[in-house]
Design a protein around this ligand. Structure first.
Ligand code: PLP
Length: 455
């Protein structure tokens, strides 16, 4: 293990020494010259290729990938069935635009999504390019169906960077700052963030008191009759991998039903096996009216989907929905190959095993370092929250960034998250091997030993 770390360090030094005019610097310089600074990357990595759970940079150094393209690569980089589907479809048809003419991969995929998504009622599906576009369309559909304008979302939510997505998103810096005004008719309630309970209660004695904030919202802020939908992630993604306790989503669902409000599950980051179920909402037993998908749906190609109740999906009039590239044939063919891989018991079992291993390693680290205030998450969507002191829980975003850097320098790509930027999250491809997991853990151990104070 240490050997891998030593080799990685030696290789980094060799490349650094050998190149005064370092290609790495030159990539950085090209980036600074051409890209707006708002478009940032967590690492200085310039990737040449990817395979399974590894990335190789332009200098030939390999990294274990605990970021998985922020959850877009659940089936691994360049999974052979994905590559084959791309090759095959690109020989046949690259694009036609669904508004001009449909093609079999589009129809095959929507049928498949209807089949695998939550809910046994009649469903329909539409395809788009991204998570944000799925969110935008779901809100349009919900408004058309209910003839109401209001949308409820939660603290810590991330629903994209388009102006409506951003209006629903809940982190000021760097996402929202300077980009207002935002869309009206957006209302927010706290999430069930037990580690930082907004009501200072604890589960289970709280009886998910926080869910009742939705009912209070209808007394203090807005009439329930003006609310079209609740949009919610079954486990927060960018918001810090906060997994709600049992009963929370169920209670919200109940309140929505009482008031004719649609329940929209944003499964953009949680979907396609990440939490050990095909969709995270399945852990709760809640059946959403609409389910939103993107990220891992097409194994790294841009594709998103809105899937749900046929009567709701049919509310917008003919021509009211659309997207020039949405449901591109290559992305559809690829998504069909991805679903064949992920919708199997073996794939979901492996996701749960990976999650258990990550969770237990993070817990071992927590026992050694007071810096780790919380370890949490469902399935293989696991994170640790870093704090100055377990009692004060003061967030330490700068230490989190230092750890991300220390991991990168030792060959592990890992991302921060959380509204305070103090969460380290693991989103590895779910094809990661046991030995790659061990290498990742060795890097984490060493990074913590360098950066953090032991108990
Ligand atoms: N919804 C969730 C839960 C997400 O995590 C993201 C992206 O991280 C989005 C929506 C936006 O997706 P995209 O970046 O594809 O627009």
């Amino acid at each position: 293990m240490t050997k891998h770390l030593d080799n990685h360090q030696k290789e980094t030094n060799r490349l650094g020494d050998a190149n005064v005019e370092s290609p790495r610097l030159s990539h950085q310089a090209r980036r600074a010259a051409c890209l707006p600074r708002g478009l940032s990357s967590v690492t200085p990595l310039c990737v040449a290729s990817g395979s399974g759970a590894e990335l190789t940079d332009v200098h030939g150094r390999t990294y274990i990938d605990f970021a998985g393209g922020i959850g877009t690569c659940n089936v691994g980089h360049c999974a052979p069935p994905v590559v084959a589907a791309i090759r095959e479809q690109s020989d046949r048809l690259i694009h036609a635009c669904a508004h001009v003419a449909l093609y079999p991969p589009y129809l095959d995929l929507v049928e498949r999504l209807i089949d695998i998504s939550p809910g046994s009622f009649p469903k329909k599906a539409m395809l788009v390019n991204s998570g944000a576009e799925a969110v935008e369309n779901a809100v349009k559909i919900a408004r058309a169906y209910t003839e109401r304008a209001g949308i409820v979302c939660v603290e810590g939510a991330f629903h994209g960077r388009t102006l409506l997505g951003l209006s629903l998103t809940s982190r000021v810096s760097p996402y929202k700052q300077g980009f207002g005004p935002f869309c009206p008719e957006v209302h927010r309630i706290p999430y069930a963030y037990c580690y930082r309970c907004p009501y200072d209660r604890s589960f289970p004695s709280c009886h998910v008191y926080c869910a009742n904030a939705l009912e209070r919202l209808f007394v203090t802020h807005v009439s329930a009759r003006e609310i079209a939908a609740l949009v919610i992630e079954p486990q927060l993604g960018e918001g810090g991998f906060v997994a709600p306790p049992p009963g929370y989503l169920e209670r919200l669902r109940e309140i929505c039903e009482q008031h004719g409000i649609l329940f929209i599950a944003d499964e953009v980051q949680t979907g396609f096996g990440r939490t050990g179920a095909l969709f995270a909402v399945e852990h709760s037993g809640v059946v959403p009216d609409l389910t939103l998908m993107a990220k891992s749906l097409a194994g790294g190609l841009p594709l998103g989907a809105v899937v749900g109740r046929a009567d709701v999906m049919d509310a917008p009039s003919t021509g009211g929905l659309g997207s020039t590239f949405g449901g591109n044939p290559i992305a559809c063919a690829t998504a069909l190959a991805v679903i064949d891989l992920v919708a199997t018991g073996a794939f979901l079992d492996r996701a749960r095993t990976i999650g258990r291993r990550i969770s237990s390693h993070f817990s071992e680290l927590q026992a050694a370092y007071p810096l780790i205030g919380d370890v949490r998450g469902m399935g293989a969507m696991i994170a640790m929250e870093l704090v100055a002191d377990p009692r004060t829980k003061a967030p330490v975003p700068e230490v989190t960034r230092t750890l991300v850097k220390a991991c990168y320098e030792r060959g592990l790509v890992i991302l921060p998250a959380g509204v305070f930027g103090n969460v380290l999250r693991a989103l590895p491809p779910l094809t990661i091997t046991d030995s790659q997991l061990e290498r990742a853990f060795a890097v984490l151990d060493e990074a913590f030993s360098v950066v953090a104070r032991r108990i």
